[in-house]
Design a protein. Structure first.
Length: 170
């Protein structure tokens, strides 16, 4: 089983949305999960925002999920020098039991994003930025390319975001 996860913070509350799936080309998930967070502290100024890490772990543990791979909206590494981001911290917290593939619609901040991290899913659209832990970058990029969806962002990533925002029932 694989899992796409996303977090939506709205003021002082948050929601984690997740979609389980079996095949990288799946158009629909096999099951949806949510976790509501009643109180969210403001992020520490000047530090990496890791508020979502315990929430992601809590959703996994509450549902006894042990996915072979987790796909996140965001980054595993913040740059080509492998500066850890949320995805890397998730992978480390899970002791490497799940590969983590992060997909971002924006480039690395403050630097040019090397082509090695870019995935083009649609002609003339900006690339998605893929970073990963526990899986080869080439394999991670191939899996993101295989994911269902005619547009730039894969269908299941969009679905997890809508579940996290509460616009789709879990």
């Amino acid at each position: 089983m694989k899992l796409v996860m996303d977090v939506h913070i709205a003021g002082e509350t948050a929601r984690v949305g997740a979609v389980a799936f079996e095949d990288w080309g799946a158009a629909e998930g096999t099951r949806h999960y949510t976790l509501d967070i009643a109180h969210v502290d403001k992020p520490a100024k000047g530090e990496l925002d890791l508020r979502a890490l315990p929430w992601l772990i809590q959703l996994l543990e509450a549902n006894r999920l042990q996915p072979e791979a987790i796909v996140l909206d965001g980054f595993v590494h913040l740059d080509a020098q492998d500066t850890p981001a949320l995805g890397r911290r998730l992978h480390d917290t899970l002791a490497g039991r799940s590969a983590v593939i992060a997909v971002s619609k924006s480039v690395f901040k403050g630097a040019d994003t090397p082509d090695q991290f870019c995935v083009f899913r649609e002609d003339e659209a900006p690339p998605l930025i893929v970073t990963c832990a526990g899986i080869d970058l080439g394999a991670a990029k191939a899996r993101v390319r295989m994911m269902h969806g005619r547009k730039r962002v894969p269908t299941l990533l969009k679905l997890a975001a809508r579940i996290a925002k509460g616009t789709v029932d879990a």
